[in-house]
Design a protein around this ligand. Structure first.
Ligand code: FES
Length: 78
């Protein structure tokens, strides 16, 4: 993988999804891969949703990650 690609990947994985708690995308992806299937489950595992905004900012992004993951998985199995 070329250095630019690596950098892009790193930035994507470390982008803060929950800004209040400073939790990066990779933690959410890991929780979803391990079976978290709803916003509430992800919040419980990762610790998001309990910051100052009470999940107003990260909630929609987490729903998006869940939808993306399940869309990909359905495509693979279906
Ligand atoms: S951004 Fe996650 S609780 Fe505010």
């Amino acid at each position: 993988m070329d250095p630019e690609e690596l950098k892009k990947n790193w930035l994507l994985q470390n982008e803060k999804i929950c800004i209040c708690k400073g939790i990066p995308r990779k933690f959410f992806i890991e929780a979803i891969r391990k079976g978290a299937s709803s916003l509430a489950e992800v919040n419980t595992i990762v610790g998001s949703g309990s910051g100052d905004c009470k999940g107003e900012r990260c909630g929609p992004k987490i729903e998006e990650l869940l939808a993306e993951y399940h869309a990909k998985n359905n495509r693979k199995s279906g």
